[in-house]
Design a protein around this ligand. Structure first.
Ligand SMILES: [Ca+2]
Ligand SMILES: [Ca+2]
Length: 208
């Protein structure tokens, strides 16, 4: 499959002020003056990451909310990932570009190259890649351990589901520590409910 697009394109718009020092950025990511972060420009083979510098306490309940914009080109690629990790590289951690969306690695069984782990992630995928078991439609999926390979996905029940519809989309991520349960809302629709199964190492991580 020929790559036709760029690594990922994302504008996360936050309510309230977005001071630049709250985020560590890498690659092409940049803080915009309108409380948004542009992860990549509309160009091919770009990769950008932005990390919030406040560490999460996984012993407590939390929700994280922001808006996502994936452009207006249905043929675009590849999408973005929302990642929570305890990778020893900290704010320097990054994954592979292209179909790995700055998070994962080329093959789930090949532990080489760049990937973020231990970690959990949600992908907003706009391009079908057979190696990652993607469906033909755009989709939202839950990921773990630095691989984009997934066996389930959410497309709002629409085979024509399209994330690049030129709209801002609300995203809400809920963490319930007692159940180790992740819940994801896309435009207030329940899109993912998953139990984090991977890496007790990750969940043993001491919050700071
Ligand atoms: Ca699309
Ligand atoms: Ca994909």
């Amino acid at each position: 499959m020929k790559k036709i697009g760029w690594s990922f394109l994302f504008l996360g718009c936050f309510f309230g002020k977005l001071p630049a020092q709250v985020f560590n950025t890498m690659g092409t990511a940049r803080i915009l003056p309108n409380d948004c972060i542009e992860l990549t420009p509309d160009e091919r083979y770009m990769e950008g990451l932005a990390y919030h510098t406040t560490k999460l306490n996984l012993a407590g309940y939390f929700e994280i909310e922001f808006d996502i914009y994936l452009g207006d080109k249905d043929e675009g690629a590849d999408g973005i990932t929302f990642v929570i990790h305890n990778d020893p590289r900290g704010f320097e951690a990054f994954g592979t570009w292209g179909e790995c969306m700055g998070y994962g690695r080329w093959s789930r069984n090949y532990l080489a190259g760049n990937y973020i782990a231990p970690s959990i992630a949600v992908e907003f995928d706009t391009y079908q890649n057979y190696r990652q078991n993607d469906p033909a439609c755009d989709h939202v999926a839950y990921l773990e351990g630095g691989t984009n390979f997934h066996t389930t996905y959410w497309n709002n029940g629409q085979e024509s589901f399209n994330l690049e519809d030129n709209y801002l989309h609300s995203f809400r991520f809920r963490w319930e520590p007692d159940k180790k349960r992740i819940t994801v809302f896309w435009m207030e629709n329940l899109s993912i409910r998953a139990n984090a199964t991977l890496s007790m190492m990750f969940f043993r991580a001491k919050p700071k």
